[in-house]
Design a protein around this ligand. Sequence first.
Ligand SMILES: *Cc1c(COP(=O)(O)O)cnc(C)c1O
Length: 453
Amino acid sequence: MGDRERALDAARRRAEAFLGTLDDRPVWPRASLDEMLQVFGTPLPERAEDPAAVVEDIAAKAEPGLVAIPGGRFFGFVIGGTHPAALAADWLVSAWDQNSGSSLLTPATVAMERVAGQWLLELLGLPSASSVGFVTGGQLANFTCLASARNAVLARAGWDLAERGLRSSPPVRFVVGADRHGSIDRAARFLGIGCAEVDVVDADAQGRMHPAELERVLDGGSGPLIVCLQAGEVHTGAFDDFRALIAIARRHGAWVHVDGAFGLWAAASPALRHLTAGMEDADSWATDAHKTLNVPYDCGMAIVRDPADSIAAFRTGGDYLVYSGLDPWDVTPELSRRARGVPAYAALRSLGRSGVADLVDRLHDNAVRMASGLRGLDAIEVINDVDYTQVMFRLGTDEATRELGAAILVDGTAVVTGAEWRGRAALRCSMSSWATTADDIDRTVHAIRALLP
Ligand SMILES: *Cc1c(COP(=O)(O)O)cnc(C)c1O
């Protein structure tokens, strides 16, 4: 075998070995970052090393520092696993090495991304002419949509942002819910909107924006306006009331953006679609493929109702670039990039419409099973309405809750992560992995019961 074949062979064997341990290994890593830095932190080698030997060595040394994220009992943050078709397609993306920003240069991967985008719009019930930009994740999807939004609301006020810049432009009002995801504030920061300039609308106990409060906040101002709503609060999984809120925002001439990193996928399930009712009337939507759709990192989608608004914000004037209709680089901030939409294409094809619906339903069923198992344990209070995929719980005191969280990680059966909710410590589980079974839920509840004080 040549160098390349031996290196790929090593990667395949090592990948299979890792995936084969997922059911039994501790979910949380056994090695710390310092230990990993010790292991990998050798001086830069002076001379070449055999490619296959490098791959073998990396895989062996990384082993204790790896998190069992693609397994069935990683419930931390909101993180999906890896669907087989998406994983294998992702390997091909690296082998093909197609620089997929331009439709002239890389027709095969651009075509698959374009079709994946159309399928996505169809599955989620969003306007079929929308632009779909493949970016690294929800953070960049929020940024990309909001950059288009800022351009558009300023253009409506007669201000050409691309030409005249931000310094003397009319101020853009930026209105968000109290329980928005932190990536909304970061996106605002990247766009030159300061923390003190963000208008925050109160939310209810589950984290949903109060319509009456939105009305009150919007009545208090005028000018270019962006309103950010949310499908899937990161702790509770709650959905804003899109019907009511979008009607109010529209009356005030707002651009409405929906952060639906994992929540937008509820629209793909006939049983859960009601949670997203009305969200199709927004102007832009951010979502992730690496969460609910279970493609490998990284893959998010920035969706904008009118592609002209994406183009106005992102099309480059560089004279060495050739235009041929809508190019991937016309709708996102990137130029050169991997074909990260190809694994999404493979996952959507492999699952099919019913498979995506089943996947989302199963995540919800798992959340209901987890909540019911936890409610069966005396000391535990489940805090949220388990309408979607998130379960948040706590013990009687913050100290006991935090201690339980630490003990769960040491135990290794599962990973749940901590949060603060309404001023109190909480633990939260996110059902995001296609690999999670009812048995995984029961094993987790069993392990937690054994750790209770
Ligand atoms: C995860 C998440 C994001 C950020 O997405 P990344 O893929 O981590 O960049 C934004 N909003 C919500 C609601 C999320 O759950």
